[in-house]
Design a protein around this ligand. Structure first.
Ligand code: GDP
Ligand code: MG
Length: 452
């Protein structure tokens, strides 16, 4: 992406009452002045003031009322000159204004191009830019909190600290290389070794946060499975807090899989209600059952509902065992406990819980089990930092360089130690974008929406 052009885009979503058009680049003010006029002039004297006026359409016709604000470099989102126009919402009116800006000399911005400029202009580093994307797509308070922390620079700060420490060791190694044999006041080798071990432990900790990162950024799929009539659709509705699926006493009512997003204990979850698994009685239900099998395979957690009220408890369990070979992420749920208060239920090969959807009993215990399955205890608080897949890969590169550095420091081979240290430092620098490859940048920013 070139950073010289003046670019523009609609920055707000479709359907809102107001649309914001952002123009950024060295000609932003010129373009703004061409397409907007008010009693107070849009210029540097009135920078950072919201001015009232009208859009001037290309054929000199006066368009709709609009507010305009000019934010000169460097104090703007991109770090360059920015003009924003706040117009009436509605896709046609907004597009007309955008076209006017395009005809006045701006070019349409590509996905993530404003944020890319903010990165290039040093307004934020790469982890902060990535967090802008996370913030927009956050599906739970916890995910939002994480993105906000990353925008504030929490991850950058921990990476920066590790890098500084490695740079210190590198500096000393390089000096020793230059003054071989001279008995200067060098740091004791054991201090180096302790420091490097400490750095390794901190990188490992960051790598471990990757699991939380995946859960919070991507969410998890929880599939509700079980025999027809076990209460899957009832549980889905209860967890969602509204009636999404049809609940009837007739087995086989849910013929296809249904998906809904929910937020359970801060975990962004896609709940999937499946058609009951059993021998298909007709073709359509048969297709639904195939999908159920697929859903179970794709799920991170399977809620298998067992009807505790039936006589033949063993048949319920046998059904579960047939369809869930892998018991790892399986949670067995004895439902209809209200009809089976006195029943002694057998032990199961996976975590299990007794609930009654009808009476809203045991739901907290079920959510405890879900949390346990997702976070793999111990997990006490909200994560402050959680790395993404790109960070993890680079952290792995960094940690791989440490044993070599340790060994060579131990052997007083400063030159080789420096090679390993530089490689770890470079991996960390790629996380924050101090060192960056254009292809990787393209890949990151292309995931943004246009206008961000
Ligand atoms: N007594 C009792 N009935 C329930 C409970 N949960 C669901 N049901 C009833 O069981 C029947 C089947 O429920 P449904 O959610 O459609 O089951 P699905 O086929 O697995 O989706 C309905 O009549 C529900 O009202 C429960 O906890 N206790
Ligand atoms: Mg159902």
């Amino acid at each position: 992406m070139n950073t010289e052009d003046t670019i523009c885009a609609i920055c707000t979503g479709v359907g809102g009452a107001i649309s914001i058009i952002r123009i950024a680049g060295s000609d932003a003010l010129k373009v703004g002045q061409k397409i907007w006029q008010g009693q107070i002039k849009l210029d540097s004297k009135n920078a950072r003031k919201m001015l009232f006026g009208k859009i001037i359409l290309n054929d000199k016709n006066i368009g709709d009322s609009a507010l305009a604000v000019y934010m000169p470099a460097p104090n703007s989102y991109t770090g360059g000159d920015v003009v924003e126009l706040h117009c009436h919402g509605g896709s046609l009116a907004t597009k007309q204004t955008l076209n006017t800006a395009l005809q006045a000399g701006a070019r349409a911005a590509e996905a993530g191009e404003f944020t890319f400029r903010a990165f290039v202009n040093g307004k934020m580093d790469l982890t902060q830019a990535e967090a802008v994307c996370d913030l927009i797509t956050a599906h739970s308070d916890m995910a939002l909190h994480l993105a906000e922390g990353q925008i504030q620079g929490k991850l950058s700060a921990s990476i920066g600290e590790l890098r500084e420490q490695l740079l210190d060791i590198l500096a000393e190694s390089e000096s020793r290389m230059d003054f071989v044999g001279e008995d200067l006041d060098w740091t004791n080798d054991s201090v180096f070794i302790d420091k490097l071990e400490d750095i390794g432990a901190k990188i490992t900790e960051l790598l471990e946060s990757g699991r939380e990162g995946i859960v919070l950024r991507n969410g998890i799929r929880v599939v509700l499975a079980g025999k027809p009539n076990s209460g899957k659709s009832s549980l889905l509705n209860l967890l969602l807090g509204f009636d999404r699926a049809i609940v009837t006493q007739l087995p086989g009512t849910t013929r296809d899989t249904l998906e809904e997003s929910a937020n359970l204990r801060g975990i962004p979850v896609t709940l999937v209600d499946t058609a009951g698994i059993r021998e298909a009685t007709d073709l359509i239900e048969g297709i639904g059952i195939d999908r159920s099998h697929q859903s179970i395979k794709q799920a991170q957690v399977v809620f298998w509902l067992l009807d505790a009220s039936v006589k033949d408890i063993d048949a319920e369990i046998a059904e579960m065992n047939t369809h869930t070979v892998d018991k790892e992420n399986l949670i067995a749920i004895w439902n209809k406990a209200d009809l089976a208060e006195k029943k002694i239920l057998p032990e199961l090969p996976c975590p299990s819980v007794k609930i009654s959807v009808l009476k809203s009993l045991g739901i907290d215990d079920l959510l405890d089990l879900l949390e346990k399955a997702v976070w793999e205890f111990p997990h006490s608080e909200e994560p402050e930092i959680a790395v993404n897949a790109r960070h993890s890969k680079l952290l792995e590169d960094a940690i791989e360089a440490l044993p070599g550095a340790l060994m060579n420091l131990g052997d007083s081979d400063w030159e080789l130690a420096a090679v390993h240290l530089r490689s770890a430092i470079s991996a960390l620098a790629s996380i924050t974008g101090e060192e960056s490859d254009p292809d990787i940048l393209d890949n990151i920013f292309s995931r943004f929406c246009i206008g961000k």
